[in-house]
Design a protein. Sequence first.
Lengths: 217, 461
Amino acid sequence: MNPSFKLLLVLIIALEVSFTRHLTINLVLVAVAIIYLLTKRIRPRLFGWLFLMPLFPAIAVFITIAWFSPGHDYFYAWVLFSRIYVYVFTGAAITQTTSPLELTRSLEQNLHLPSKFAYGTLAAVNLIPRIKMAVKTIRAAGQMRGINLSWWSPMLYFKAILHAITWSDQLAQAMESHGYVEDRARTSVHQIALTARDWSILIISIILIQIITFALP
Amino acid sequence: MNHLAIDNLTFAYTPKHPTLKDVALKIPVDSWTLFYGASGSGKSTLMRLLAGLLPKYGGRILQGNIELPNGLTVAMMFQDPGMQFALDTPQHELEFALENLQLPANKMPARIEHALKFCGIEHLRDRQLATMSGGEQQRAALAVLVAMDTDILLLDEPFASIDNHNRTLLIQQLTLLQQKYHKTIIVADHDLHGYRGLAKQIIHFENQRAQLLDAAASDALLQSADQLAATVHHVKLPTASDQPILTLKKVVIEHGDQKLIMANDFSFFKNQTTLLTGATGTGKSSLFKAITHLAAYQGTIVYNDQDSQKIKPRRYAQQVGYVFQHAVDQFLSVTVKEELALSLKKGRNPYFDEDHLAAALKLLDLNKLQDRVVYSLSGGQQKKLQLLLMLMMGQPVLLLDEPFSGLDLHSLHNVVDLIKASQKVYPQTMIIISHQLEGLEKLIDRHVKLADCQLSYREEF
């Protein structure tokens, strides 16, 4: 499916799920997302993670509603519990099947997002490994100068923010020196197709979700 | 018009201190020009002005202007190899650049193929740029410029963290670009060896001015640089009386799935200054990161007869210091004064009392910069300050990763003198990674070469 449409669909699902109290639709969505991920051959270990990671917050929410809310509303507790899994699995359905670059290209070509925004975000994503290493380096630099920088130390954040500012400036200069000009048309080497099939999947999915949500108990 | 005209240009980052003053130059197109001068003399600044990045990204033109020949395109390669890519792999970056130029999609594969081949990095096309060595990144950066087919190529200290092999290789390719494809190439470099017969003119930067040198002066400069680079220095091999201070036992260091270093039993020795050399990407910096526990490794790194992993991080950081390749990584405060105060308070190197510190600051030309924000210093000034700060800390072992890159010869000699003076009072073990070998002969006691994943002592460098 077209990456932008996939994102759009997941956003619509997330919104709709947030404003409804419907257990069936949550379970259906989780099941569909799992089946989708299975067809994309996701590593079993990752599946384990996707189940385990949200488990604690989900249980915490469940307990709060089921035991400590005035109505002891078990149904609503299950709705909230499953809602968290809807977010996680539909989210994974995007992140595990689409690279950030594909999504960026699709957003630019299909949804006509300004390229500045699309590539700026992408460049920031590509900076993440560098950011991790930078934090490690800052702490080492501190220790070697006799200062222990803890996670809440202002100096750590000052340095990290400074890094971010210089990097964003350098990145802008780098993009520009590789021919990037704001608001100028660009060609694209990989056309991200937006087919009738994408439209139908999107529309049919949305209709199906409405039917289940409002027609079924 | 067949030259880049710089007319009476005065440019300043801060209004009162112009970086360039009344600069008037004509740089011919279809030719190779060198910008030569001390660190902080304005080479990078003029380059960024030519590239159109300044004053857009800072500073102001107070007077004069720059005119490029009509229709000629400009692209620039930066000093920090890691910070010039918006995307993750060479292939993607090349596609991004060509899309920006609005090249039709069907023409891209051939262009990309040609550029990768030209720079000899076909095998790296889908590798993550973030995991590449500085030399590989610079070749990828050159590939982008080649693919873009720009008329004017500006290269700011492109070889600053590259060994001689890659440097020669890149210079060859640039020569080809110039002679066969008639590109205008401008390189800023503090080290002039290997340019003889290539560079048509040298522009010398000094005291905010920039001047074209005449043919005789240029040639003399290039010749003496070549002579210096060809000199071989002799050092001794370790002797039986040397005491090991850092020992690698069955250590394996990897990068991705590539083995970089395998050391069964290799020692660095106490109170010696050891030069560590090896081609780009062989893993010299990775070794330093392993020793300081910033990167993972297998095996045991023994410090003073103790497994270094068993020493508390806080204590270990007081034993082994790391002078990072990027000077700004070392800084913790805002101004030069604050940085010095911190090192003075926490440092344990007895050499740096008040008088010696004042003398050191003067020697390194940092004495008038005390109120400056460290991030606003030039690259060379940052390097000098960084080294001074870490010398003051006085760890028994100091690992220095390219501490001299971006320094001109004059600054280099002063830095070496300072290290020697400090060592006389307070001996330290130093391991130095440096591509820059001129001017180091006084400093180096031992030489270790890293090749084919093995470390070994050598008698010359």
